[in-house]
Structures are given as C-alpha cells and as structure tokens.
Design a protein. Structure first.
Length: 121
C-alpha cells in the first residue's frame, strides 16, 4: 500500500483560506465617475485612473446628443439629451495620457470638445 504525503495542517488551512477569502478580496466594485457633456465641454475635463482598477464613466448630456471616444483605449459611448446617462465600463490596462473626443457632431466647437484620462500605476 502506497502512502500519500500529508500536508501540514497550517498549509492546508492556508490553502482553504485562499479558496474562500481570495475571491472576495479580488472582486472590486468599479469606481463610478459622472461626466457631464454640453456644447463644447466635458465636466470634469480631466480624470485620473489607476491601471487595473475597474471604472464606469457615466456620461450625461445637458443640451444635445454627445458621446466620447478614446481610440487608443478602444472605448466609446453616446448619449441623447434627456436620457439619464450612458455608462461606459472598462478597466484601463496601460498607463499614459489618453484624449477622448466627442463622438457625435454637436456644432461649430465640436472638434475642440475633449476629455483627458490619465492612467497611472
């Protein structure tokens, strides 16, 4: 009869703790950031995020349809006037400064309407 090696009780206890405790520690609630869009401005105009931290951008419009697109991050959302908000959930996976622009033509100042995201470690 072959005997199986036994784990010390302390190792077994740590293994069980990792199975039950670690998942709850890893589950982060996303940080929620409200952004208001109006001709030809986003408020706030700059936000700082942490790499790997889940975030939800909640875009609201006060006047006409707007949107925001970050080509480098591969994310985009649009919002109609009067709708509560449009939510854009993502987790930044690289550091840097990223400039997003309005994704819906909103008038003569549309090309200057920008939102800057700084992603830090």
């Amino acid at each position: 009869m072959k005997m199986r090696p036994r784990l010390p009780k302390s190792v077994a206890a740590m293994f069980l703790a990792a199975l039950f405790i670690a998942p709850s520690m890893q589950a982060q609630s996303p940080r929620r950031i409200e952004i208001t869009a109006k001709r030809f401005d986003f408020t706030p105009g700059e936000i700082t995020l942490k790499k790997g931290e889940p975030v939800v951008l909640m875009l609201k419009s006060t006047d006409v349809p707007h949107g925001v697109r970050f080509k480098e991050l591969g994310i985009e959302t649009k919002i109609s006037k009067g709708k509560d908000s449009s939510e854009l959930a993502f987790t930044p996976n690289k550091t840097g400064t990223f400039v997003g622009h309005c994704a819906v033509f909103c008038g003569s100042g549309h090309g200057k309407m920008a939102l800057t995201i700084h992603v830090v470690d």
